[in-house]
Write a protein that binds this ligand. Sequence first.
Ligand SMILES: Nc1ncnc2c1ncn2[C@@H]1O[C@H](COP(=O)(O)OP(=O)(O)OP(=O)(O)O)[C@@H](O)[C@H]1O
Ligand SMILES: [Mg+2]
Length: 197
Amino acid sequence: MAVPACVPDRSQLRRKLRKQRRKFSGPQRTQAEARVTATLLKHRWLARPRNIGIYLAFDGELDLAALVEVLSRQRKQLFAPQLGHSPRGMCFIHCGRGTMAPNAYGISEPVSGQPVDPRSLDLVLVPLVAFDPAGTRLGMGGGHYDRLFSFLNHRRQWRHPKLLGVGFELQRQRVLPRAPWDVSLDGAVTEQGCYFF
Ligand SMILES: Nc1ncnc2c1ncn2[C@@H]1O[C@H](COP(=O)(O)OP(=O)(O)OP(=O)(O)O)[C@@H](O)[C@H]1O
Ligand SMILES: [Mg+2]
């Protein structure tokens, strides 16, 4: 799909939005995170799923700690991304009682455990740099989510797992440049509420 000439390039957008995301702080951030947590806890996509992919916030990403605590008490099975030092790319590992430690990028992740088949996850909460109303996502630029969930690009209906972007309203863009390998989000949640794509 051709990108309109008025759309800035992805690396420029990433830099700008990562900076804005880091700058969004203080009581405004705390309030927005509390709203997103409350919205997610009521979200119909979180009611039934048993196996949920989460992320550990980095570089100003919306912090899921409060949500994770509630989901753990609800006995949901939670899985966190692991990048480690392997060239195989990202996988999801069960977050049990195992140790968490920073990876090569300084992002906290489970140290041990077996990678789960991404098809066995029911829902994945996906960190965002930006998203748009078509469900196009801009991440940190590693292509990790696109690679791991590339099988979803061959399905239009009954997509499993559902990918739910989580972020702040400032990350919502009118239109994002889209690459052929990008895997779309099925929805997103910000402090303004839920979006379905
Ligand atoms: N399915 C794929 N197979 C092989 N390479 C891929 C695939 N998906 C993405 N990539 C590679 O990953 C690189 C980064 O992708 P992209 O710019 O979309 O990152 P991103 O979606 O923002 O990153 P992330 O998901 O890690 O936050 C691309 O240049 C591309 O070469
Ligand atoms: Mg991408």
